[in-house]
Design a protein around this ligand. Structure first.
Ligand code: UD1
Length: 317
């Protein structure tokens, strides 16, 4: 079994990744400053003798390097980030610090301590708008936000360091991730978290545009498994892959699934499309299958059924 250091461990994807690694029998060193992560997300993990949480800021000089040197993990899964595209637009300097400068500190910590592998939370946002669908990894990268730009630059930064200093870098380009613990608080939160909360409260939702726009929604438990594979599967070489399902779901279909389970909630209202909204975003999952042995297993219907029922998911299924 391996020792994995997870940055952003108290966040949405980080806490699920931590839970998955612990369920597999790995040891996890969690790092979070609780800026957007929440300690409650780790309620279950904190019961494990194979888990410890360190409250530190990955972007603070020297902090992560000291912890990595003390813990000597087999791999670092770097998920700590400024996670809101909108916030990156409002505060590009903070985006630079948390989404690019922090990556440099991770690369440096890996180099100095001799960590064998680094897994990085990249994003479909690196492709921007207009890529041919389904989007393959080789598609042109034209990020249209500071967030997407920093994720793309971070991939290059890590891959170059890994090639030079001899550690393996795996970049995970997440599409639209959804599931339990996703924060529904902001109007710019993921649409599924917003819909889950509103339907759960008996309130109607708003669909921006005609509802025919589509996304590749991937369940967070599949993403956690993909991260665990990238961190622990023997023999991997460096690379970047889409973490997606390869299946498109329209907003109208999404609302239909919720409406069927909440027949008393008013029908969705329609509002004008959001400026800058992408029409279609669908990933090609073939490279993740070939390189990582990862295929998403959870359909949107299953994932939403679990989310709506609030039922616990079997982590290793
Ligand atoms: C994601 C980012 C967004 C970024 C965009 C471009 C998230 C949560 N959002 O948006 O900040 O600008 O990539 O890279 O990561 N919708 C509704 N009703 C709602 C909420 C959303 O109809 O109440 C629609 C949106 O207009 C959109 C779709 O649902 O068409 C999905 O929205 P969202 O979950 O924000 O994801 P992205 O559009 O992919």
């Amino acid at each position: 079994m391996a020792k994995i250091l997870v940055t952003g461990a108290a966040g949405f994807i980080g806490s699920h990744t931590t839970d998955f690694l612990l369920a597999e029998g790995q040891t996890v060193v969690g790092v979070d400053n609780l800026r957007t992560g929440r300690r409650e997300n780790l309620d279950s993990a904190l019961q494990s003798p194979r888990f410890a949480l360190h409250l530190l800021d990955v972007a603070a000089p020297g902090a992560l390097a000291a912890l990595v040197a003390a813990e000597r993990p087999d791999a670092i899964v770097h998920l700590a980030a400024l996670v809101s595209v909108q916030e990156s637009m409002a505060n590009p300097a903070l985006n630079f610090s948390l989404n690019l400068h922090a990556t440099q500190l991770v690369a440096e910590a890996a180099r100095v301590t001799g960590v064998g592998r680094v897994v990085f939370a990249s994003s479909a946002a690196i492709y921007g708008d207009g890529a041919e669908q389904p989007i393959r990894e080789s598609a042109e990268k034209r990020p249209v936000s500071p967030y997407g730009a920093a994720k793309l630059a971070s991939e290059d930064l890590l891959l170059g360091h890994g090639a030079c200093y001899g550690f393996t870098v795996r970049c995970q380009r997440y599409f639209n991730v959804y599931g339990p613990r996703q924060d529904p608080a902001s109007p710019y939160s993921g649409v599924i978290s917003i819909f889950a909360r509103r339907y759960g409260e008996g309130k109607g939702v708003t669909i921006y545009g005609d509802g025919r726009q589509t996304r590749d929604f991937v369940a967070v438990r599949d993403v956690a498994r993909a991260n665990a594979l990238a961190a622990t599967r023997p023999g991997l070489v460096a690379g970047s892959v889409n973490i997606c399902t390869g299946r498109a779901t329209s907003l109208g279909e999404l609302a239909g699934i919720f409406s069927a389970r909440h027949p008393d909630v008013p029908a969705p209202a329609h509002a004008p499309a959001r400026p800058g909204d992408i029409r279609h975003s669908l990933g090609d999952p073939a490279a993740a299958a070939a390189e990582l042995g990862f295929t998403a297993r959870t359909t949107v219907a299953e994932g939403l059924a679990e989310l709506i029922a609030g039922s616990p998911v079997s982590l290793l299924s």
